[in-house]
Ligand binder design. Structure first.
Ligand SMILES: [Zn+2]
Length: 419
């Protein structure tokens, strides 16, 4: 394993080696440095003891790795956990480096919070043998445990998913709440505020928490066509040293409708225990809620209410229009009222550029991923399509159709396209 006690401190040997490499030392020079610094404690004094079981361990320096080893590997669960931890880790050098950088960042953030309401340790130091070992284990003062993992490789295949499920069920069996931080490289968001995820990614969402529940509760009070659960996925931006929080409602099996733009959060903030929950309910929870999010909930719901109201008014207006005499009949009436100008009423041509703008707006509305969420707009979309077809076909009521189509599409473009 990589951690051992030396007197009253813990030496993270592989981490120390990694830091030297980052500073530009060659692997050979780093090894020599560690050898010179610790050899006497390791061999001659027998001063290193295991951070898990307390038995004596020795430093072993490989060309590409530095570890501590027990004389009797079988006697320590930490050593077994370390082997299981390594077996589950990425092998590619680039991913190993990326993961190490993220771990370093998390260690720093955790050390700021360590001892406030929980203690944090490397997962493999857990006293019980684990089949799947998390990067870190957080133990709250009431004994509740969180498994924290930084995920650098995300795949969509079934093998990856099976392993993930096995990990999740092992965490459940041990009573660990999972907190996965996915590398930010995996965050994919469209301009229309949809997040794209694969099924493994969705399974790495936050466990049930009061924050998703606050959103769900507020939204389910609205006259929404499709209210549903709210989920969150957290990403880790290592270069910026920040977490990125996303919250969304499902929309199909690969898309989530974001409730706000992905929000950056300082890591020590994300990893702080929620003091107000602790006081109010005694619940131990990491503060996976961004500052000011409570008012974001009210704003979001207010806006949605407005949109729904507008869509309904528009629909009612169109229904009313449908009961009036048809366009053709109205033109007939106008002609009969003013027979002199009758000939001039024959449809003026709509400029081609305007017609094509209209057509492109129609197509974008039709292809919007939000369309399934607003079944109430389908009638208007169909009406708009008929109108646009008449405009494009140069029908004699083209001008009226042009105006009607614009009015219909403009009202739909907010809910469907967010513009
Ligand atoms: Zn041990």
């Amino acid at each position: 394993m990589e951690a051992a006690f030396l007197h009253d401190g813990v030496v993270y040997i592989e981490r120390e080696r990694g830091n030297m490499l980052r500073l530009g030392l060659t692997p050979e020079a780093a090894r020599e440095h560690l050898e010179a610094k610790y050899r006497i404690y390791s061999r001659e004094k027998g001063a290193f003891t295991c951070a898990c079981c307390g038995q004596r361990v020795v430093m072993v320096l490989y060309e590409d790795k530095a570890i501590f080893r027990h004389y009797d590997i079988e006697s320590c669960t930490g050593e077994k956990n370390y082997a299981a931890y390594n077996a589950g880790r990425e092998r590619a050098a680039e991913l190993v480096r990326k993961h190490a950088d993220g771990m370093e960042l998390l260690r720093e953030a955790l050390s700021e919070r360590h001892g406030e309401h929980y203690t944090a340790e490397e997962g493999y130091l857990h006293k019980k043998e684990l089949r799947h070992v998390p990067d870190f284990l957080l133990t709250f003062d009431n004994g509740e445990k969180w498994a924290l993992d930084y995920i650098v490789a995300l795949r969509g295949d079934s093998l990856y998913r099976r392993r993930l499920r096995s990990r999740l069920s092992s965490y459940r069996a041990n009573g660990f709440k999972p907190l996965f931080l996915l590398d930010r490289a995996w965050l994919a968001v469209t301009e229309s505020a949809y997040i794209s995820y694969n099924q493994s990614e969705l399974e790495m969402r936050l466990p049930a928490n009061p924050y998703d529940e606050r959103w769900r509760h507020a939204i389910s009070d609205l006259p929404m066509p499709l209210p549903g659960p709210v989920h969150s996925i957290v990403y880790l931006d290592v270069p910026k040293a920040q977490a990125v929080l996303t919250r969304f409602q499902l929309s199909g099996d690969r898309w989530g409708r974001l409730l706000f733009e992905p929000s950056e959060l300082a890591l020590p903030e994300l990893l702080a225990a929620d003091e107000s929950l602790l006081t109010e309910t005694g619940e131990r929870m990491l503060k996976l809620f961004k500052p000011g999010e409570q008012s974001a909930i009210s704003r979001y719901c207010g806006r949605l209410k407005q949109e729904l109201l507008m869509a309904r008014e528009e629909e009612a207006a169109v229904q009313k229009e449908a009961h009036k005499p048809g366009l053709k009949e109205r033109q007939e009436i106008r002609r009969s009222v003013n027979p002199v100008s009758g000939a001039a009423i024959a449809a003026p041509a709509i400029p081609a550029a305007d017609a094509s703008k209209l057509l492109s707006l129609l197509e974008r509305c039709k292809q919007s991923p939000r369309r399934p969420d607003y079944p109430g707009l389908e009638n208007n979309l169909a009406r708009a399509e008929v109108c646009v077809a008449r405009v494009m076909g140069g029908a004699d009521d083209a001008e009226d159709c042009y105006r009607a189509a614009w009015s219909l599409l403009r009202n739909m473009s907010y809910p469907l396209l967010g513009e």
